[in-house]
Design a protein around this ligand. Structure first.
Ligand code: SAM
Length: 284
């Protein structure tokens, strides 16, 4: 239940490089709230100055978030409104804010998102990678063994994988990705998005690694790496094999519709599963 007398907690996205991406709504909310909870008040000071926002800011970062969140929730309960921002992009996406949003929600405070830039989604939108099914993996561990262990767990994932990476680890990470996913796995490096030296390069992993290795400039800045999902394994279960055998016989004799109806009766499998297999066999 929402607490009627409390203020609102706004989760405000800020640009990931290009100040032109700041939304009008974000500026208005930041001007109007009682206080801005910022990951780094000095860093955000430049952004606030640029947009002539004079609201005071307090720091909420990974080291003080739990403690400061309790104080902020109290202020919200007393009717103040607060805007949460991070250094860049959408708060909580590889950035602090989770504890605050959770505590505020539990206290019945209205949490309102003010959407805007997010490096992962910006990269995905221009990557040419399948976007119907993807997972955000954030930053990998800094040590190679731990990094490889995580990557190994993702080898058979069929959706697009999205990672964040920093300039001093980009080469090592691309090397480890090539070892684990294979030289041929399609990948994208999206570097310095929305900024002057924006680069979006799609290539098999080994080729991408050589491209980055060959040019020091390509090792600078901020990175999103996307990895194409694994090819789907053919379904080799006994049920599917039997269904395919039955359907092959039927499709040679009757219409697709009849074949599906008869195969459902024979196998007791679900109609949409039978239909899917029948269409696949018919199109082979
Ligand atoms: N909250 C942010 C968001 O919404 O994307 C992400 C914050 S995270 C601490 C910073 C990382 O995001 C960078 O190391 C980089 O991997 C990625 N990133 C942020 N801005 C980027 C940009 N302009 N181009 C490419 N990657 C970027």
């Amino acid at each position: 239940m929402n607490n009627q007398d409390s203020g609102t907690l706004y989760v405000v996205a800020t640009p990931i490089g290009n100040l032109g991406d700041m939304s009008q709504r974000a500026i208005e909310v930041l001007k109007q709230v009682d206080v801005i909870a910022a990951e780094d008040t000095r860093h955000s000071g430049r952004l606030l100055q640029h947009f002539v926002i004079s609201t005071s800011a307090i720091a909420v970062h990974e080291h003080n978030e739990t403690k400061v969140s309790a104080d902020l929730v109290k202020r919200l309960e007393q009717g103040e409104s607060i805007a949460l921002i991070s250094d860049a992009g959408t708060p909580l996406v590889s950035d602090p804010g989770y504890h605050l949003i959770r505590m505020a929600g539990d206290a019945g405070i209205t949490v309102t998102p003010i959407p805007g830039a997010c490096a992962a989604i910006t990269a995905l939108s221009a990557s040419g990678m399948p976007s119907d099914h993807f997972s955000f993996e954030g930053f990998l561990p800094s040590k190679s063994a731990a990094r490889k262990a995580i990557l190994e767990k993702r080898v058979n994932e069929t959706g697009t994988l999205i990672f964040y990476e920093s300039p001093h680890r980009i080469l090592d990470t691309l090397k480890d990705m090539t070892d684990i996913f294979g030289a041929e796995r399609e990948s994208v490096m999206a570097r310095e998005l929305t900024k002057k030296f924006e680069t979006i390069k799609r290539a098999p992993l080994a080729e991408l690694l050589s491209f980055v290795k060959a040019d020091n400039d390509q090792q600078k800045g901020e990175f999103v790496i996307l990895i194409h999902g694994a090819e789907k394994e053919p379904d080799t279960s006994a049920d599917t094999q039997e269904l395919q055998r039955v359907l092959k016989i039927l499709l040679n004799r009757v219409s697709l519709k009849e074949a599906v109806a008869i195969a459902v009766e024979i196998t007791s499998l679900k109609k949409n599963q039978v239909y899917e297999q029948a269409v696949m066999l018919k199109n082979k």
